[in-house]
Design a binder for this molecule. Structure first.
Ligand SMILES: Cc1ncc(COP(=O)(O)O)c(C=O)c1O
Length: 401
């Protein structure tokens, strides 16, 4: 039995069966590369689903964690710690004026945003607590975040969910038509990641912002997946030239360390002592890691790099057509891209890719999602796509295509 088989059996026995895991045991990782239990090196084009923005084991993150761990790992939010304040200040500097609440995951950040919107609506909109979200939205798995999530497949097994969410298609008329006296906020991902990297047009983002101004609503953006420089701007909504009232952040923020945040503009900053809290949120260890990530992105100009390398990746993906890979389109922005396939071979290609030494993420039958580190090199992209080409040849042969 291989090491993977043994581990898989142990995992089957000991871990809840909540994930359909790929047949890969990762033992270490560096930069854009991961090493499996047999010592094979694979190129990672998924980056922990958008988490490892600096690649694996970036020295800045390792150093920050090591140094912070020797002086102070955790206290509680009953006291002040400098890394937490620095993190909030750094986030504000990349985004907009306001204040920050620190927590641990994307779902948790969205929970806080939902509570904030409800309190704001009670105070400023005659008791309105409703939130308009989009049909293809994914906001997380906790009950409030799940209620905001559009996909019924995720929601229905866990009903009853908190009330007060309306889902509409991504168009202004539909959104506008749902806004009544009961609505307090509109929540959207500028690029919907989990539903297959589906961008909301900049023009629509700008119009929704304007609608929120006209109808006195909060405009809330979930940048959990699209943020941290990945799309070629610090935050994807910035492509539309707008400023939201509330923004949620997670995934890449800690470069692999669980940490998340909610930013609220002065208009939306309504939470007070006793309204919300979390034991671990923004603890010194996580905050030090996140500060290191934000500092490194800035120092190494990785936001601009994501835009540039993202174009290179997009062009390279489109050029796979010349080798018979059934690429219908490449969508997304910067280093948040999806290959849309003309044939339903995505999961077979994803599996074959592992054998060929490259990690990609299949979504449904016909989409491959790529969220590589912002530090990935052109040579690594070339090698990754060479391996992906091989994987497609295998997948299409297996499928009789
Ligand atoms: C846009 C978006 N929001 C929220 C979440 C939930 O984040 P977490 O898994 O950290 O709770 C995700 C996770 O994929 C996401 O992509």
């Amino acid at each position: 039995m291989s090491s993977l088989d043994v581990l898989r059996d142990r995992a089957d026995a000991a871990l809840m069966h909540t994930y359909a895991r790929q047949p890969l045991e990762i033992v270490s990782a560096h930069g854009a590369w991961v090493r499996d239990a047999d010592g094979r090196e694979l190129i990672d084009l998924v980056g922990g689903i958008g988490v490892n923005v600096l690649g694996h084991s970036h020295p800045a993150v390792t150093r920050a964690l090591t140094e912070q761990a020797t002086v102070l790992i955790h206290t509680s939010n009953l006291y002040y710690t400098a890394p937490q304040v620095e993190l909030a200040e750094r986030l504000i500097a990349t985004a907009f004026e306001g204040r920050v609440f620190l927590c641990n995951s994307g779902a948790e950040a969205n929970e806080a945003a939902i509570k904030l919107a409800r309190k704001w609506g009670r105070r400023h909109r005659g008791g309105a607590t409703g939130i308009v979200a989009l049909t293809g939205a994914f906001h997380g798995r906790t009950l409030g975040a799940l209620a905001a999530t559009g996909n019924k497949r995720y929601r229905e097994p866990f009903e009853p969910l908190p009330a007060g969410f309306v889902h509409v298609d991504a168009n202004l008329d539909a959104i506008s038509a749902t806004v009544d006296d009961g609505i307090a906020a509109v929540l959207l991902e500028p690029i919907q990641g989990e539903s297959g990297v589906v961008p909301v047009e900049d023009d629509l983002v700008a119009r929704v912002r304007a609608l929120c101004d006209e109808r006195d609503l909060l405009f809330m953006v979930d940048e959990v997946q699209s943020g941290m420089g990945r799309t070629g701007r610090w935050w994807a909504h910035q492509h539309a030239g707008v400023v939201p009232d509330v923004m949620t952040v997670a995934k890449g923020l800690g470069g692999g360390v669980p940490v998340a945040a909610v930013l609220a503009s002065p208009r939306a900053d309504v939470l007070e002592p006793g309204d919300h809290g979390t034991t671990f949120g923004g603890n010194p260890l996580a905050s030090a890691a996140a500060c290191a990530v934000l500092r490194t992105i800035e120092e190494e100009h990785l936001v601009e790099r994501a835009a540039r390398i993202g174009e290179y990746l997009r062009e390279s993906l489109l050029s796979l057509r010349a080798d018979g890979v059934p690429v219908a389109a490449v969508r997304g922005r910067g280093l948040m891209l999806a290959v849309v396939l003309e044939e339903p071979v995505a999961s077979r290609a994803g599996r074959a890719a592992l054998d060929c030494g490259v990690i990609v993420n299949a979504i449904g039958d016909s989409v491959l999602r790529l969220l590589p580190a912002l530090t990935i090199s052109e040579a690594e992209i070339d090698e990754g796509l060479r391996r992906l080409r091989e994987a497609f040849a295998i997948a299409r042969t297996e499928g009789g295509a």
